[in-house]
Design a binder for this molecule. Sequence first.
Ligand code: ZN
Length: 213
Amino acid sequence: MAKRKVYKLPKYEKFLRKKSAPVKKVTRDVRNLIQDLVDTLDTLDGVGLAAPQIGVHSRVALVVVGNKNGEKPEEDEEEVGEIISLIDPEIIEASPDLERSYDGCLSIPGLQGYTRRPTFLRVRALDINNNKVEYYFEGFDARVAAHEIDHLDGILYFDRLDSLSDLYYLVPDPEDDEKVKFLPYLDVHPEFQATPHPMPGMPTTGVKTIAEE
Ligand code: ZN
């Protein structure tokens, strides 16, 4: 199998906003798709990846669990996250309370958003042998699982922001090469302040990413 191209904004926003089709039965094609997702994610600094992000509108996504702070473990660290494949995932229970923290996305390079996400999720899905299985995600894992399942419904984390004031560019910290700094999106693009929102609470479509600059 192979590493695939990651579909990014702004070019593929329309594509990424389409709902993916159910898998229903795990065939060889589905297993190949999972392997492609694994091979692609393996080369990237990410903790999850959904099939539409590699150009396939099929309800399949990966979640790397065990990343407490959102950082992918270094290779020499003992605990490398386990990859969970979610096939036709269905959220059967979510925490009533939402927690605010940051979402990043491999399809939206250079930006992070301060979103509201459940603190735990119970998810029913198929495993690669077509068995129904249940997963329980909590903390950061629940955040990642919710983000990836959103991708299968054509939802981007922009849609989980209260407003564009919660969107930030990650830029190099001039005082420390090793660090990044959060630069408010609206400081860079004040013209978006006035953008009418298509839905209450939803920032906009056509947000500019660094990739476009
Ligand atoms: Zn994403």
